[in-house]
Design a protein around this ligand. Sequence first.
Ligand code: OGA
Ligand code: MN
Length: 295
Amino acid sequence: MQTTAPRRRTASAVFEYRSFDAPLGAEIRGLDLSRPLDDETFAAVRRCFLDSQGVLVLRDQRIGPEQHILFSRRFGPLAIHVLRQFLLPGHPEILLVSNVIKDGRPVGLGDAGRYWHSDLSYLAEPSLGSLLHAQEIPKEGGDTSFVNMYAAYLALPASIKRRIEGRRATHSYRKTYDRIAGSTYRPALTEAQKQEVPEVDHPIVRTHPESGRKALFVNEGFTTRIVDMTEDESDELLPRLFSHCTAGHFTYRHHWQEHDIVLWDNRCTIHLAHGCPPELRRHMHRTTVKGDIPR
Ligand code: OGA
Ligand code: MN
């Protein structure tokens, strides 16, 4: 049955907000980001983002890099990615997530996110959220999946909740990078790049600073080891946590439409790029909002 989408109304804007029939995710239609939103409308969007459980799709945004950056900055200061070779010339706030090869060279990070992860979880201050704007989407494939890490935490057996309570885990960019280095998109990191990404550790369960709810904060891509646990115990427990999260019960799979912006919350979701046939072009712009120290 087709129902009319609920509307959210502010003094100067009316837009549609609809939750997906999934454990997380919602979409907004009828909002135009080509001009700056007034504070009240931005606050309404921010509430939608929280209500969405961490994935908010903003449909039909025909905007350029400046407007994408200005909207992203409303959420907080932006991070500049360590892979400088893949930043949009003139707009270093934008990371090119692209499989396009131009003059024999990749224009962007073509294999971004092909494993479950939360963006920048390997930094002392991981990202608050990311905004990925579709520029060119393939006819086939190219989906992105997201997991609701609030729900994943809640559904853990009590015995596992007890084992992870108060514990921390190590996150490392280099370990994953080194595993996939050598591909078209992954030249070895320079010494300077390595210095930028030392290992860090974070609580395994964090409290989201805005919702006040607990979320699991580990991911297969970057979390390598539970701190103060024997290696054997950590090697047994971490993979169980990973497979619990990604078994499919807490997942929304996004099939991209032209001009989508997907805004996801890196504090309470993880995501995975499914990839597409290499002969099809997929070209996206990503901004990444800085976040705070997980607690
Ligand atoms: C990212 C990422 C997923 C995708 O840009 O952080 O993981 O589907 N991308 O492109
Ligand atoms: Mn990512």
